[in-house]
Write a protein that binds this ligand. Structure first.
Ligand code: DGL
Length: 274
């Protein structure tokens, strides 16, 4: 059975790359909602409606499990979607926050004991305005880790630059946001690229951060977490390593922009056509 990967646009490709490397025999269907990207500037109700529509589109492709490879959708829509819309007996939807929080705090998600000293002192979060505005990331961290400081930087303009295929501009915007955050937190202990688009310009973030800062790679953590999940839920796994790429935007344009950032051509299909 194919696993669905949903993002507002190109960002989820960073997650998909890590997933195909770790699970080479697994089928995937990728859906980028390019027609409505960026999500990060939209109100919560719109993000919820667009996320539900995208997830339903992947269920219609036969996916039993969908990964919300989008921090904005995971932060803003996932909880409501699971409580008010999803039938867990028929389908499952997983977000991308849990593996990062578990990694940083070295605690299982299900561990509801009081916050402990985890060794985590200060964290820089780079994310979309909607993700930062949701407060979900610092809330989940502080629920588990005592005395942790989170400095969040809403990286306006970065997803727009990436979706328009402008690599040079994207690098400049990323470096400018790191410089702004460093006026508040000069040497973060850890930095999280909390938007799946941002690893597409990871080198620009790395270059602008001090060498002491550990950059957390969300795609690798998600891939490890999904590999573990599939061992426990074998019914969602299977296939022969086939990957399809769907977009709600113009397939030729999206494929060309994906090629700029991924370094290889990707054949996108129209999500409307199937
Ligand atoms: N890539 C998504 C995320 O991880 C959303 C970016 C956007 O559409 O603003 O947050």
């Amino acid at each position: 059975m194919a696993i669905g990967i949903f993002d507002s646009g190109l960002g989820g490709l960073t997650v998909l790359d890590a997933l195909t490397a770790r699970l080479p025999g697994q089928d995937f269907v990728y859906l980028g909602d390019t027609a409505h990207a960026p999500y990060g500037m939209r109100p919560a109700a719109e993000i919820y409606d667009l996320t539900v529509a995208g997830v339903q589109r992947l269920f219609d492709e036969g996916c039993g499990l969908v990964i919300l490879a989008c921090n904005t959708a995971s932060a803003v829509a996932l909880h409501d979607l699971q409580v008010n819309w999803l039938d867990p007996a028929a389908h499952r939807v997983l977000g991308v926050f849990v593996p990062v929080i578990e990694h940083l705090t070295r605690r299982d998600w299900g561990d509801n004991s009081p916050p402990t000293h985890t060794g985590l002192r200060d964290v820089a979060l780079f994310a979309t305005p909607a993700t930062v505005g949701s407060g979900a990331f610092p809330r989940e961290l502080r629920f588990r880790a005592r005395d942790v400081r989170v400095e969040a930087q809403a990286c306006t303009g970065l997803v727009e630059a990436i979706e328009s295929g402008d690599l040079g501009r994207a690098r400049e915007v990323a470096a400018a946001h790191v410089a702004t955050l460093r006026t508040r937190l000069p040497v973060p202990q850890s930095a999280v690229l909390g938007c799946t688009h941002y690893p597409l310009v990871e080198a620009a973030f790395r270059a602008a951060l001090p060498p002491e800062t550990t950059l957390v790679s969300q795609p690798e953590l998600i891939a490890a977490s999904l590999g573990d999940y599939l061992k426990r839920h074998k019914g969602f796994a299977g296939g022969s390593g086939a990957v399809r790429y769907l977009t709600t935007g113009d397939p030729a344009r999206v494929g060309a922009h994906a090629g700029i950032f991924m370094g290889r051509a990707l054949a996108f299909e129209s999500a409307a056509a199937a």
